[in-house]
Design a protein around this ligand. Structure first.
Ligand code: HEC
Ligand code: HEC
Ligand code: HEC
Ligand code: HEC
Length: 179
């Protein structure tokens, strides 16, 4: 074989190998994505707020920022004022805090990207789950205190039903859960 032919063959093998590796990586990524939806990193938020820093490292209680879980359908996203309860004094010149302050001073709410969903026709209320059943946030939301960016999850009906079965909560009357 000529010198030229050999190097062309090497080139070809290199391309085939590269293609093979890329295809294998894509397949692995797809597998992981479907096997573990909701893993992977969450969407970038308008302010780089981290649950790992606040609820994890600094151990701030979930209810300090989401105070309505026991009293209402909704847990509630903290108002801008609440950030300055601490950030008036803590790292007030951090670029992300400066941006948060701009939102606050111009009364322009931070457009947080929504993370957890139930479909529109489902009626979910935090109150009975927290106040009466005494469930921990992590049972449904996972280890939030270990995440920088929360990862989107759309809860499916089987998620509700599986737990209701295990804990003898109602499963017969879906009227209670559907609009
Ligand atoms: C210092 C305030 C603060 C603390 C403490 C805190 N959060 Fe949050 N939480 C936020 C903010 C701000 C958002 C909106 C931005 C985001 O989604 O990351 C949020 C969003 C969320 C969401 C998603 C809301 C959605 O869009 O669906 C969940 C679930 C949540 N928090 C649960 C928790 C849990 C569980 C804890 C305790 C382990 C906790 N949070 C502690 C401020 C806080
Ligand atoms: C109860 C006190 C408290 C509240 C309320 C609070 N934070 Fe913080 N935050 C902290 C502390 C403490 C730190 C760590 C500061 C440091 O690293 O020196 C921090 C760090 C941060 C940082 C820097 C994160 C990093 O990666 O280092 C950002 C951005 C931030 N907070 C945004 C917010 C926003 C937005 C809110 C309101 C939704 C908020 N914080 C509410 C106490 C608080
Ligand atoms: C039984 C499961 C379950 C438990 C336990 C639970 N959540 Fe939720 N959470 C949900 C579901 C489902 C949604 C989406 C609701 C919707 O789309 O209306 C949600 C949405 C949220 C949201 C965003 C919207 C809102 O309601 O304001 C926050 C914040 C939140 N949860 C915080 C918490 C915190 C903090 C705790 C613990 C004190 C907790 N959750 C415990 C199931 C749960
Ligand atoms: C981790 C377990 C768990 C999950 C997940 C869960 N639930 Fe529940 N749920 C319970 C328990 C336990 C009760 C019973 C509370 C009580 O003592 O009345 C309950 C009660 C309820 C009730 C009845 C409240 C009342 O007035 O009696 C409704 C409605 C409900 N859940 C809807 C849902 C929906 C919708 C979902 C899914 C988005 C869901 N639940 C997910 C554990 C769970």
């Amino acid at each position: 074989m000529t010198e030229n032919g050999r190097s062309r063959r090497k080139e070809l093998i290199r391309w085939v190998a590269l293609f093979g590796v890329t295809a294998a990586m894509l397949a692995a990524m797809l597998y992981l994505f479907y096997r573990y939806p909701g893993k992977g990193i969450g969407p970038q938020q308008p302010i780089y707020f981290s649950h790992r820093v606040h609820a994890g490292v600094k151990e701030i209680d979930c209810r300090f920022c989401h105070p309505f879980v026991e009293r209402s359908r909704k847990a509630g996203i903290p108002e801008m004022e609440k950030c300055f309860f601490c950030h008036k004094y803590v790292i007030p010149d951090h670029p992300q805090i400066v941006r948060e302050r701009e939102h606050y001073e111009t009364r322009n709410p931070v457009p947080w990207v929504r993370i957890y969903y139930v479909p529109d026709f489902v009626k979910f209320m935090h109150q009975p789950h927290i106040r009466w059943a005494g469930l921990d946030c992590s049972e449904c939301h996972g280890p939030v205190e270990a995440m920088d960016r929360l990862r989107p999850v759309e809860f499916q009906m089987e998620f509700c039903i599986n737990c209701h079965r295990q804990r003898d909560a109602q499963i017969d009357c879906w009227l209670a859960c559907h609009h």
